[in-house]
Design a protein around this ligand. Structure first.
Ligand code: SF4
Length: 613
């Protein structure tokens, strides 16, 4: 019996975590199981039937460690922690911390409002979504605001109004802030919004028709006509929406497509029977069977605070499906079913999701081919030492030397990898010294990169020869070799600008040791690619810069208020988010902020209001 088989023989049958290691003790894979022995042996049984990549992983395993837990739930938490700690090569990693936008209906309030959020909290609000893009969500929100006159103001504004705002004048809000509509009437409308968002169109139209008749019986013809128009709008909207499921439930339909070792998972979002859209995820080098990839995806995807629907349709049964169902039910606080549909409408939906997964694979592969070509052309044209698979680009942003920040964006295989983006607050340079700031940023970044053995293939700087010289100096100091450096300068020199030659306003790339800059035609895809990276670095620097400036302004104003110390300033900032919001708050609202008293609230109120005189 080989040593692995012997190990398996003595594995516990309890729940817990198993860790596969190679001969150097490197963690290859971490998994959880309800019965460790049963699960681990399943990998090694019928190894001949497994695909080559799985077999390659199995062949590398030299040691199996286990950690027994009391429950499967504990095993799940432990598995998550161990994956975060070891980053095992064969565990799939969902590189998507971007949360999709949802609509939040704050039904716990007397006068609820609708807002766009990216995080679902465990509160009493109702959440709808996720919507595949912010654009489709904004369209829905606009539509709802046209159909229903829901208030749009923030809570602080709402509780401080002495008269309704322009929305009331324009007939877009019933003016609940000033008692123009009572809570019961307002809630009736919120109920209709809820029906609309849940896709219960029939119930909604019936309710509206009933109300229209009531109004006309009371001879309130204007109100009845308004409801009639509302009904027409809603009917028109419904006509255009595609109903894909007659169960009218919220469902995520998870399509899967495998091509060799690349797995695409593509959930479609069905809300109240309507197909809202979908989103594809690509996992390259997936050595594990589809069931394993699928269950790992489900755990990571729903763990990130996403909306969990009533039903999740999956293409294959997964290990310990009952446990996953219970775990999802626990997260949602309501029954969730994991279903492998065999026939009918659900099966049809699943086929559609799998087709989408396949289409996503094809489009991504084509895109990847194009990117490879561009990276190859970049190497040729700029005479680089290697294909720039990882590019780091830098930009500095400051306002006459104040609030200076450096930004670094990272492109891997031609695509931005936002997880690796970094900001650098300038610490050692005062005044508007762009070169000095670039020096500081590059030095800090690459001192660390050397320690972590994390150097890119190419560095792109926004600017001309000066910036390039700074980078060369840093590289010399740190003795870095084998990383290409370029700088991208806009327009021509003053002389070139004055000339009428075509050199004018052409972008130029500088390379060390090459005297003449390299020029590109405006239509060059390589130039477009470099521009895209430079613009991204610029955008990233600017957003941070603006945030810092805004924060700085708020701080400097709050610091002027006598008797309001740092901890109260922090609480005020956290609660209101802007000076305007604090200015508009009443003494009662100010006093309700944590750490504030009625006396300190009065001080803040007086500070802002005496200033207006
Ligand atoms: S009218 Fe009042 S409740 Fe309506 S949006 Fe304006 S401030 Fe808010």
């Amino acid at each position: 019996m080989n040593p692995i088989a012997q190990k398996i023989e003595h594995l516990p049958t309890s729940p817990g975590v198993y860790i596969f290691k190679d001969k150097n003790g490197t963690v290859l894979y971490v998994g959880k199981a309800g019965n460790i022995k049963h699960r681990v042996s399943s990998y090694f049984q019928r190894a001949g039937e497994k695909d080559t990549k799985t077999v390659a992983m199995l062949e590398k395993i030299e040691d199996i460690e286990t950690i027994v837990t009391d429950t499967e739930k504990e095993a799940l938490i432990l598995e998550d922690n161990l994956i975060k700690e070891h980053h095992p090569r064969y565990n799939i990693k969902l590189r998507d911390d971007k949360r999709y936008p949802c609509l939040r209906l704050s039904v716990e309030e007397d006068f609820p409002t609708l807002s766009i959020v990216r995080r679902i909290k465990k509160d009493h609000s109702l959440y709808f979504g996720p919507y595949p893009s912010a654009t489709s969500l904004k369209e829905t929100l606009r539509l709802i605001r046209r159909l229903f006159f829901i208030r749009t103001c923030k809570d602080t504004k709402f509780s401080n109004r002495v008269r309704p705002c322009i929305n009331y004048e324009m007939g877009r809000c019933y003016g609940p802030c000033c008692g123009k509509i009572d809570s019961d009437q307002y809630r009736q409308m919120i109920h209709q919004v809820k029906l609309f968002l849940e896709g219960k169109d029939k119930d909604l139209l019936e309710e509206l028709k009933r109300r229209m008749e009531e109004e006309s019986e009371k001879l309130h013809f204007e109100a009845a006509a308004r409801i009639r128009d509302q009904i027409r709008h809603i009917e028109h909207v419904i006509e255009k929406q595609k109903i894909v499921s007659r169960s009218f439930l919220d469902q995520d339909v998870i399509g899967l497509h495998r091509h060799d070792h690349t797995v695409i998972i593509h959930p479609l979002f069905v809300r109240g029977g309507r197909l809202l859209g979908g989103k594809g995820f690509r996992f390259a080098g997936a050595a594990l069977p589809d069931e394993e990839v699928l269950s790992s995806f489900i755990r990571q995807y729903y763990h990130q605070g996403r909306f969990i629907p009533d039903q999740i349709l999956i293409p294959k049964p997964i290990h310990e499906q009952n446990f996953s169902e219970q775990w999802l039910t626990g997260l949602k606080g309501k029954k969730v079913s994991l279903i492998v549909p065999q026939k009918g409408e659900k099966r049809r939906l699943l086929r559609l999701a799998c087709e989408n997964a396949e289409r996503y694979y094809i489009s991504k592969t084509e895109l990847q081919e194009d990117r490879k070509k561009i990276l190859g052309a970049l190497k040729e044209k700029l005479r680089l030492t290697k294909i720039p698979e990882r590019i780091e680009a830098f930009d500095i942003s400051n306002l006459q030397g104040g609030y200076a920040v450096g930004s670094m964006v990272v492109f891997e295989d031609g695509e931005p990898n936002k997880d690796r983006y970094r900001h650098f607050k300038i610490k050692t340079i005062e005044g508007a010294d762009d070169y000095g700031m670039m020096y500081e940023v590059l030095l800090r970044r690459y001192q660390r990169a050397i320690k972590e053995n994390d150097l890119p293939d190419l560095i792109l700087l926004d600017g001309g020869k000066g910036q390039l010289n700074v980078a060369q100096e840093v590289f010399k100091e740190l003795e870095i070799k084998g990383v290409d450096l370029i700088s991208l300068a806009k327009g021509g020199t003053a002389k070139e600008e004055l000339s009428s030659s075509k050199e004018k306003s052409q972008e130029k790339v500088f390379r060390p040791q090459i005297k003449e800059p390299i020029r590109f035609s405006k239509s060059s895809p390589v130039l477009h690619f470099l521009d895209r990276i430079r613009d991204e670095a610029h955008r990233f620097a600017l957003t941070y810069h603006k945030k810092m400036r805004k924060k700085g302004t708020i701080w400097s104003i709050l610091q002027e208020i006598p008797g309001i110390g740092m901890s109260r300033q922090k609480e005020l900032l956290k609660y209101f988010g802007s000076v305007d919001e604090i200015k508009e708050a009443s003494i009662e609202v100010l006093a309700s902020v944590p750490k504030m008293t009625s006396q300190s609230a009065q001080t803040v109120y007086d500070f802002f209001h005496s200033r207006e005189l």
